[in-house]
Design a protein around this ligand. Structure first.
Ligand code: HEC
Length: 170
């Protein structure tokens, strides 16, 4: 009898431990997925989260590093896709992005349209690799994020992954 009770107790302890581990993991995942979690605080963050979070996670910007002109161009691309910003909001978003995500790339490379020469020069693909990538793109259609490009036979994902600061899918 006593042995059986001990067995039940051990099982109970195990189940409680398991449930609490699962709950902790779930809460942690929620925090990581909160919009803007990867974006530094600062003037213009609220506006950026609001206007750039309508169609996709605003964190899409978090890996790119562009010059101020590059950011201006990217915001222009988003306006073409339907982003609605007043002039004042656009100025605040541009300030926020070019303060917090400043880099050297004057143009973000769009992996959905980039010609072979940019894939070679900017991403570092070899000539054959760039050709393979373009053939894949024509067959499979546009990427939404670089993560969509993980398993292309003959194209190094490591190179694409390392180019997140200057390339994306848009
Ligand atoms: C009206 C919808 C819309 C709004 C608002 C919008 N975007 Fe986009 N964005 C898109 C679409 C569509 C793509 C292409 C990829 C896709 O289909 O998800 C994209 C792609 C991007 C990418 C490239 C993503 C990647 O992972 O390669 C970045 C960076 C980006 N957007 C930043 C912004 C910023 C900054 C703003 C705010 C100024 C913004 N977006 C607002 C529709 C929008």
């Amino acid at each position: 009898m006593r042995v059986r009770l001990a067995g039940h107790l051990a099982l109970l302890v195990f189940v409680v431990g398991l449930v609490s581990a699962v709950l902790t993991a779930a809460v942690r995942q929620d925090a990581a997925a909160a919009p803007g979690a990867d974006m530094p605080d600062g003037p213009g963050k609220d506006v950026t989260l609001r206007v750039c979070g309508v169609c996709h996670q605003p964190d899409r910007t978090a890996s790119l590093r562009l010059t101020r002109d590059g950011w201006d161009e990217l915001i222009g691309e988003m306006v073409k896709r339907g982003a609605k910003l007043t002039d004042a909001e656009r100025a605040q978003v541009l300030d926020y992005l070019s303060t917090n995500f400043l880099g050297e790339a004057p143009h973000p490379i769009n992996l959905n349209t980039a010609p072979a020469i940019d894939l070679e020069a900017v991403i570092g693909l070899g000539r054959t690799e760039a050709g393979t990538f373009i053939a894949w793109r024509e067959k499979n259609g546009p990427c939404k994020t670089i993560n969509d490009l993980k398993n292309i036979a003959g194209v190094s994902f490591a190179k694409l992954d390392a180019a997140r600061d200057r390339a994306g899918c848009f």
